[in-house]
Design a protein around this ligand. Structure first.
Ligand SMILES: [Zn+2]
Length: 59
């Protein structure tokens, strides 16, 4: 295993892009009163990935 390259949270960033790309074309995500299960799931995936990346990088 090589741990040379340490870019800024590649996995979390990909999850984040997926979430915002969904929200960009999802009416439910753009409506504060409405709830979007997909949007919440994507955000949860991003949050999990971000936490894993941070904890794994910090050591
Ligand atoms: Zn949505």
């Amino acid at each position: 295993m090589t741990s040379k390259q340490t870019t800024a949270l590649p996995t979390a960033e990909q999850e984040w892009r997926t979430a915002i790309e969904h929200a960009a074309c999802c009416l439910a995500c753009q409506t504060p009163a409405a709830m979007c299960e997909t949007g919440e799931a994507l955000l949860a995936a991003y949050s999990s990935a971000a936490r894993q990346a941070r904890s794994g990088d910090a050591g």
